[in-house]
Design a protein around this ligand. Sequence first.
Ligand code: BT5
Length: 328
Amino acid sequence: MESTRSKLIRLLADAKESYISGQQLSEQLHISRTAIWKHMKELEKDGYVIEAKPKTGYRIKKFSGNVSSNTITWGLNTLWIGKEIIHKPTVTSTQVVAHQAARDNSPHGTVVIADEQSSGRGRMERVWHSKKGKGVWMSIILRPNIPPYMAPQLTLMTATAIAEVLDQYDGIQPNIKWPNDILIQNKKVAGILTEMQAEQDRIQYVVVGIGLNVNQDNTEIPDAIHYRATSLKMETEKEWPIIELVQKILEGLEKEYESFLKKGFGDVKSKWENYGFRIGEMISLHSGTEKKEAVFLGIAEDGALLIESSKGEAEKIYSAEIDWFVED
Ligand code: BT5
């Protein structure tokens, strides 16, 4: 159910530049005018700039850009993702915090989000650079009732949801590089890290980590990855609203997840393939020290990478990396 605070923000937002009187707000929200005034003070604490004009009413002069569990919650249109939000200014890794929260029984859909990570991580203990206030660094706890072997499909589902969100914005054409990278113009803008705690045939919980570069300038991307990383700001030359992006990603993810559970992976697969990077082209991949080149056919019904084998047959690959800069 929408909270009073969310309704209040929605009413003020709908009124745009005009003022709404305290009386009107109090009638629509069924609370006293003193309570309205208290809500306004809370909004100010969370970074909103509110103008209160005597005998006229209130209006929002500036929406808050401060990430907090409140600012994400207000206006978040989901049923279960993000009903519990843990926001921290600084963490080692939101994955670490989320694993602990999951062990402490945090519910399905809990979101852990930070302004900054001192040891953000990628797959196989790789580093994920997470500059303060410049991106979306968050982890989501899921408790899916699916067998553990299907967990990698959650990564592809998450990548699809993020690509669909980015695709809504003008000037952004996202691609997904199997299995977990979102690219814009060949450069990585987001990565996903799915970690699971499971028994033989039952998942206890999954933590899906999402790192999305948003407002870094050119100089804020470390030199070592400069040639293959980008941010939304670098692609569009404008600042992006982090809270809105978080809300859209959570809303998109909830929809994708529901449809994945109801309809199975087939639905995700076709959407994924709309964004699939280099489908139909020759790609170079490696797994450990083994390297091969092959035509990338798409993904299989279980999420595996499909390549054309030397015999001309489709071959499934479950664990490998596409070397996407080799031929550039
Ligand atoms: C990933 O790993 O792409 C998964 C990244 C997941 C990060 C999120 S942030 C929230 C949550 N908390 C965490 O601690 N992690 C998750 P992988 O495919 O292994 O890619 C890692 C590689 O990407 C690194 O070795 C670098 O080359 C590159 N990289 C590191 N930071 C980057 C950045 N900010 N933008 C683009 N590329 C980056």
